[in-house]
Ligand binder design. Structure first.
Ligand code: UDP
Ligand code: MG
Length: 340
């Protein structure tokens, strides 16, 4: 069913008395958050302002990823006269990737936009993204031009990681594009069917393909509060990304094994010949220990790489749900809008 235009919908008085009259929202904005009580009110206001420019019935879905501050109380009370506000509460912190998956499962809009609650992804770009989608793009990726408020180390490591990922992954992941993006309902339906538990979202979101458009934007600093990411978490995310989207590290381990075996074989031949033909004594302790350490290192590294993949298999085989919903609150539009 196509969305009812805003103006017409606003005058649709009978809808208030007839709760079964349902229109499909044009856009579902998905906002996962963890302890963001300081920014949620401003976030809600700015998202609503951006949506009002579309003049269409929309939906905002907040996902509380196990906050222990006032955040849930705030979002579950948000309402809007023309838009549907849905708040999902996960039973504990499952991570942003799981929270976004919960939002995408719940979304009913004709397209879906993923947004951070801390306003680093400015909601003011929503109308441009929707325009690009209406012009035919099924995925609108928002590429960061500047990353204000982020340290040099974070910017450089993020840049290197994205480059590395797009080199080793079997399908392209656009550089410097985070989760902030618009996806057509068709794309979201595909992502919802991907069953994996270890979810590297940037890869999963890129996996279905479809027609893409890249828009650039300047990433703002966080409005308030601290980032929920630290380096151990980021390293975990990077390993997750690499092992869930490529088997190339396993190939590298095999290649390293083959190369060292070949070198060892050639060296053995040389040493053997030298000893037999010229009667040279075998070179001493330093070279032996170096070779032993080198081979030991390569072996341990390869076992570690193998272990990463086996670990992922173990987690996948348990088939646990991605997240557990604890509460689900919905405020329907009140249809009180006057067109005068
Ligand atoms: N977030 C979440 N669950 C987590 C960590 C973060 O839902 O376990 C949310 C967070 O509240 C914010 C968004 O994900 O809305 C991005 O997180 P953050 O700003 O901390 O990351 P950064 O922008 O520094 O990469
Ligand atoms: Mg942030």
């Amino acid at each position: 069913m196509s969305a009812i235009p805003y103006r017409q919908y606003a005058n649709f008085e009978s809808a208030a008395k007839e709760p079964t009259v349902k229109a499909q929202p044009l856009v579902s904005v998905i906002i996962p958050f963890l302890n963001e009580a300081d920014v949620l009110a401003v976030c809600h206001r700015r998202v609503c302002e951006a949506l009002s420019k579309l003049q269409q019935y929309c939906e905002i879905i907040y996902i509380d990823d196990g906050s222990n501050d006032n955040s849930w109380k705030m979002v579950s009370q948000f309402k809007h006269p023309l838009h549907q506000i849905r708040s999902l509460r996960l039973s504990r912190n499952f991570g942003k990737e799981a929270a976004m998956s919960a939002g995408m499962k719940a979304a009913s809009g004709r397209c879906v936009i993923l947004l951070d609650a801390d306003l680093q992804d400015p909601p003011e770009y929503i109308p441009d993204m929707v325009q690009a989608w209406q012009d035919g793009a099924q995925v609108v990726e928002m590429q960061r031009r500047e990353r204000h408020g982020e340290s040099w180390v974070k910017r450089t490591t993020a840049h290197c990681f994205y480059r590395f990922m797009s080199k080793i992954s079997n399908h392209p992941i656009t550089e410097n594009v985070g989760d902030f993006r618009l996806m057509d309902q068709k794309v979201v339906n595909v992502i919802n069917t991907l069953p994996e538990r270890t979810r590297f979202m940037k890869g999963l979101l890129a996996w279905p393909g479809f027609t893409r458009k890249v828009l650039t934007f300047d990433r703002d600093p966080r409005l308030a509060g601290d980032t929920k990411w630290n380096y151990p978490k980021l390293i975990h995310l990077a390993l997750e990304g690499i092992t869930s989207f490529s088997t190339k590290p396993l190939r590298w381990a095999t290649m390293a094994g083959l190369t060292t075996s070949a070198i060892a074989f050639i060296m053995a031949l040389i040493i053997f010949t030298k000893t037999i033909v010229w009667g040279d004594p075998v070179a001493g302790y330093p070279s032996t220990i170096l070779v032993v350490l080198f081979l030991g290192g390569i072996q341990l590294l390869s076992i570690g790489v193998l272990g990463e993949y086996v670990g992922r298999l173990f987690i996948e085989s348990k088939q646990r749900p991605l997240y557990v919903l604890m509460e689900d609150a919905m405020t329907k539009p009140t249809f009180k809008y006057s067109d005068s």
